[in-house]
Every structure is written in structure tokens, then in C-alpha cells.
Design a protein around this ligand. Structure first.
Ligand SMILES: Cc1cc2nc3c(=O)[nH]c(=O)nc-3n(C[C@H](O)[C@H](O)[C@H](O)COP(=O)(O)OP(=O)(O)OC[C@H]3O[C@@H](n4cnc5c(N)ncnc54)[C@H](O)[C@@H]3O)c2cc1C
Length: 418
């Protein structure tokens, strides 16, 4: 019989962090109860780019092969300014042939995680908003907004997202600020002019930025992101939609057909960004994961990937240490990787989304130069791939569980079918 203790664990939040941690913990025999305020899992949400770092976790969980056929295989990030200067032209395979990104949606991803949560035995409690928790040295208890309590947990995982209310109830110091800039997003059919393997972006100064991310092979979808100052969102909703479309076409002339799918301002959704900093992420029998612990702007496209790595690291710490040592070990292990991405994101974001026009000029001079130096470009690819752990360090690209290319899967499939 295994000598590893089995715990009764509560998780708050069915996002990438909470759901993936729940699946891994239940698969290891722990009794996992996941509380989510949404009444059910809705197949909705913005497109995002899964990076090799996050795919590694999904492969170890045995989920990646099922997800990849639903995703768009993204080979590169291309970004230019409106004077046609190339800012970034980053190819995953410059770093290693096996690497690529996978464009997908929150809905597709969480539907798959829900399926695996059920089969691995996670007790899913939809429509249960948690208002507070209390902990003693022995146990944790949760209270719902309607006053219902859930007691006798050995451990609480807080994964309730960037605007977490629960993290404020720990003793961990927190800095949380909302970025002045956010984004409008839309998901439509991919149209001619947008390659299905490229995250394509255009910038002008620091106040105009748009991006187009392929986000699904089966339906051939493409997600649009349009940078906007949060205090201008209301005005945008009452502005002339055709004028906005003209602005998008000025940035991305190939978008004309794609934009025909947008009929009303409300076809677009608004996303706000937060910057959350905590010196560590554990407090007694409680640990904080994902955006609740370290939200950042999606400039480097890392949030889901960081959440998956949080979950995998926590599960490993629980396997390797007694509980009182596992949570500090978790914070120690995640420190370098998270610190790198938080700093890199904070440093990069104002060059693309801010009111500091001078940074746009510096970017237009410095980024093409950086992109032309092979060493620097490789470091930028490693950063995009989610693999950096410090300025001069990164995870190995040789890991056996880094993804192989999707066409490799297709070859394998056809080989086994014949
Ligand atoms: C426009 C945009 C583009 C992005 N692009 C990328 C990208 O390309 N790549 C990438 O990796 N990341 C990207 N991100 C970031 C990514 O979406 C987040 O980092 C990630 O979803 C965080 O996951 P999470 O599980 O920590 O939190 P969330 O996904 O926010 O999940 C938190 C869950 O907790 C629930 N909850 C909240 N409070 C309670 C409560 N009191 N009780 C019960 N349940 C509660 C919520 O309903 C929610 O389901 C992007 C984000 C945005 C906004």
C-alpha cells in the first residue's frame, strides 16, 4: 500500500489552475471538492495561445493528445508596425523543431478539463460561490455566499482568478492593480489573408495594437484582439462601428472580409488585465494558484501556461513532502519562473499598450534590431514558449514530454490505422 497520505482537498474556481490541479490530485487518490460559482461549464471565453510549457503539463496529465486536434498549430508570432517595419518574427522551431504553440479557446479547453475532472473523480460543485474560509492548524472550512459551510478539509487551493476575493483573507501581502489598458475580443471564421499558423499583430505607437490568433482547426476560427484604454470602453460602445472597422483595416488591410462577421458592438467582449504580486503563495493550509496568485497582462500570452505549471508543481510538492513542508516548497519552486514572467510582462507591456509614446519610438528602433540578432531572437522565442526561468536560464527543450508536432500525431494515427 502507498505510504503517501491522501488528503481531503477543497479547490475554489474551475479555471485552468483549479481544474488542472483538481484532476491531478484526484488521479493520485485525494478526495477533491471543487467549488465554482458559475452554474455550469459554459463553452465560452476568449481565445488563447497554449505554449510548450503548458503543453508539457497537459501531456503529463494524458490530455494533450485529445486537445491538439481541436487547436490551431501556431508556428510563429509576427508583429509589424504601420510603416511595415517588422518588430517581431519569432518562430518556435528556431529554438527546437519539436516546439509550436496551440491556439484554442477557454470554452474548448475547460470542456476537456471538465470531462477529465469527472473521470478522475473530482467532486464538482457548480453554482457554489465561496464567500470566505477559516483555517486552524488542523483543518480548513469554507462558507458559501448563502451561508452554507463545507468543513474538514486538509488543504484549500484558491484559484478564483485575477479579481480573487479569497486571497485577501490570507495573511500574505498583496499588490493588485488594474492596467489602464485592456482589450476587445471577437471570435470569427478565419478569412483569406490570415495564415492558420501565425499569431499576427500590428502596432502603431503605443496606443494602437491589434492581433489575430488562429484558434481552432476543426472550425477554422480566428480570434481578434483590439487594444483599448479601459476608460474609453463606454465611448467605444456608442461610437460608429464602421469607423472602428476602418481603423482595424488601416492596421490590418487583410481584415476587411473578416470584419464583415461583426454586426454590432456587442459582438465584441471586453477583457481587463490585472497585475498581482505576492512574495509567496502559501499561508497555513491554504495555497493560491493561477491568476489569483500572479495575474499579469496577456502581452506575453502566459497566464494559462503559468496556471498549469502552478498546478503541476503543487501536486509534485504534495507527493514529495509532508503537507506542512509541501506548501513552502511549492512557493520556493515556482519563484524563479514566475518572477521572470512577471517582470518580463511588466517591462514589455508599456511598449505596446500605454500612453508613453516615446516607448513606441524606442520599440520601433530596438525591436527590429533585437529580432535580427540570433541569440536575442532565440531568447525571445524561449520567452514566448514559456520556457525561461531567468535572464540566462531556461527549461530544457529536450524534455521527453515536450510536445511533438501535431503532424507527427497525424502520421502516428495514419500509421496505426493502416
Ligand atoms: C484577452 C486575454 C487574452 C489572453 N491570452 C492568453 C494567452 O494567449 N495565453 C495564456 O496562457 N493566457 C492568456 N490569457 C490569460 C488567461 O486567460 C488567464 O491567465 C487564465 O485564464 C487564468 O486561469 P485561472 O484558473 O487562474 O483563473 P480563471 O480562468 O479566471 O478562473 C477562475 C475561476 O474562479 C471562479 N470564481 C471566482 N470567484 C469565485 C468564488 N468566490 N467562488 C467560486 N468560484 C469563483 C470564476 O468563475 C472562474 O471560473 C489571456 C487573458 C485575456 C483577458
Amino acid at each position: 500500500m502507498s505510504s503517501i497520505p491522501r488528503y481531503r482537498i477543497a479547490i475554489v474556481g474551475f479555471g485552468s489552475a483549479g481544474a488542472s490541479a483538481g484532476i491531478m490530485l484526484a488521479a493520485r487518490g485525494h478526495e477533491v471538492h471543487l467549488f465554482e460559482r458559475a452554474p455550469q461549464n459554459e463553452p465560452v471565453g476568449a481565445g488563447f495561445l497554449l505554449q510548450p510549457s503548458g503543453m508539457k503539463v497537459l501531456r503529463d496529465m494524458g490530455i494533450l493528445d485529445e486537445l491538439l486536434p481541436e487547436t490551431a498549430q501556431v508556428e510563429k508570432l509576427f508583429c509589424r508596425n504601420t510603416r511595415d517595419q517588422v518588430m517581431l518574427d519569432l518562430h518556435y522551431n528556431d529554438l527546437a523543431q519539436s516546439l509550436f504553440g496551440a491556439g484554442t479557446h477557454r470554452g474548448t479547453f475547460l470542456t476537456l478539463l471538465e470531462k477529465h475532472a469527472i473521470t478522475s473523480g473530482v467532486h464538482l460543485h457548480w453554482g457554489h460561490p465561496i464567500a470566505s474560509f477559516t483555517q486552524s492548524p488542523q483543518k480548513v472550512a469554507l462558507t458559501e455566499e448563502n451561508g452554507t459551510t463545507h468543513k474538514d478539509f486538509d488543504l484549500l487551493l484558491i484559484g478564483d482568478g485575477a479579481r480573487s476575493e479569497l486571497r485577501k483573507q490570507t495573511s500574505i501581502p498583496i499588490k493588485c492593480k488594474q492596467y489602464p489598458w485592456g482589450a476587445l475580443w471577437f471570435i470569427g471564421q478565419r478569412t483569406e489573408g490570415f495564415a492558420n499558423d501565425t499569431l499576427w499583430q500590428a502596432v502603431e505607437s503605443t496606443n494602437l495594437l491589434n492581433g489575430f490568433l488562429p484558434t481552432g482547426t476543426r472550425d477554422d476560427l480566428l480570434s481578434l484582439f483590439w487594444s483599448i484604454r479601459m476608460d474609453r470602453v463606454d465611448k467605444w460602445f456608442s461610437s460608429d462601428l464602421n469607423q472602428w472597422k476602418e481603423q482595424v483595416c488601416y492596421m490590418a488591410p487583410q481584415a476587411e472580409d473578416y470584419l464583415k462577421q461583426i454586426h454590432d458592438h456587442h459582438d465584441l467582449k471586453v477583457a481587463s488585465y490585472y497585475d498581482v504580486v505576492m512574495p509567496y503563495w502559501h499561508d497555513g493550509r491554504t495555497v493560491i494558484l493561477g491568476d489569483a496568485a500572479h495575474a499579469l497582462s496577456p502581452q506575453l500570452g502566459q497566464g494559462v501556461n503559468l496556471a498549469l505549471l502552478d498546478a503541476a508543481t503543487l501536486v509534485e510538492s504534495i507527493e514529495q513532502h509532508p503537507l506542512n513542508e509541501a506548501l513552502p516548497a511549492y512557493s520556493r519552486t515556482r519563484k524563479a519562473h514566475l518572477a521572470f514572467y512577471q517582470r518580463a510582462t511588466r517591462w514589455t507591456t508599456p511598449f505596446f499598450q500605454s500612453d508613453m509614446k516615446a516607448l513606441g519610438l524606442i520599440r520601433d528602433l530596438a525591436f527590429p534590431l533585437a529580432n535580427s540578432i540570433p541569440y536575442v531572437r532565440n531568447q525571445m522565442v524561449a520567452t514566448m514558449a514559456g520556457l525561461k526561468t531567468g535572464i540566462f536560464s531556461m527549461m530544457s527543450t529536450e524534455s521527453p514530454s515536450l510536445p511533438v508536432r501535431k503532424n507527427q500525431y497525424l502520421l502516428d494515427d495514419s500509421a496505426s490505422a493502416s
